[in-house]
Design a binder for this molecule. Sequence first.
Ligand code: P6P
Length: 339
Amino acid sequence: HAADAYRTDLMTITRFVLNEQSKHPESRGDFTILLSHIVLGCKFVCSAVNKAGLAKLIGLAGETNVQGEEQKKLDVLSNDVFVKALISSGRTCILVSEEDEEATFVVASKRGRYCVVFDPLDGSSNIDCGVSIGTIFGIYMMKDGDEPTLNDVLQPGKNMLAAGYCMYGSSCTFVLSTGAGVNGFTLDPSLGEFILTHPDIKIPKKGKIYSVNEGNAKNWDAPTAKYVEKCKFPKDGSSSKSLRYIGSMVADVHRTLLYGGIFLYPADKKSPNGKLRVLYEVFPMSFLMEQAGGQAFTGKQRALDLVPKNIHERSPIFLGSYDDVEEVKALYAAEEKKE
Ligand code: P6P
């Protein structure tokens, strides 16, 4: 009867994080408070994105961001919301945003111990055509000492305490890891709560999909070219992989996480470090992939071992199913032997 239609053991993201917190009796709940502010930001952006077409938010804000791309109003709005929410949490000391050239150092009276790196609205060039976009974030604990410095955010990705993304698509999906696996939550707009819908996500060990912008093929290096060729014309008689490329990292990575396969944004002659940003695109997605049983490789090393030198640094990235990334690593290792 009707009552059965309502699940009563609602596991909201807040309850979930509180459960996690209870495993660390020493914690004072600062992380839970920080995360609740990130979740609030995502709920706001979700609502703004869903109304964008109606609210005429689409269109240029007139300025350009550090990437030289024209900022759309939703970019500006999302960045403002996250910066304000994170500062008001009273738990952060440094913020790095894709939209801001310089890091934000939180005023002492509002300062906490966490450093948050984020892309408030990744894939924003897709806003106007309704393709899924998302917020990507990573969280570090500041290093010892009292005064926060840039070194607190120029840490290798393996030092992150947590990472996640929120995808604004047909539904609003929040995927999070705090270092003990990956869990997915879906926003129930009638409750305004994120409900646990994808517990303990594990990426298939091997996938049937590869995801890359083939338009850059003429500029790829040999190992990448060989790998993509292998996806299309496998020598071992196996069937070729399907190509799925949305051009919005959160959407491409979310599909890879759930269905398996590999997402790659390799280096090319024009951009030797690829296109994606280390702190708030490569690291959070690599962190999630490892936590889900996959892996992430830069073409030279494990992505999470990379030590960034500046906050908007880029890196090539190959991430996804463990076995698929292993094949890329073998091709790069073989190339290295030749040199
Ligand atoms: P390309 C979107 O602009 C973005 O930053 C990522 O979300 C996406 O994966 C990538 O760039 C797409 O880049 O060069 O294939 O259009």
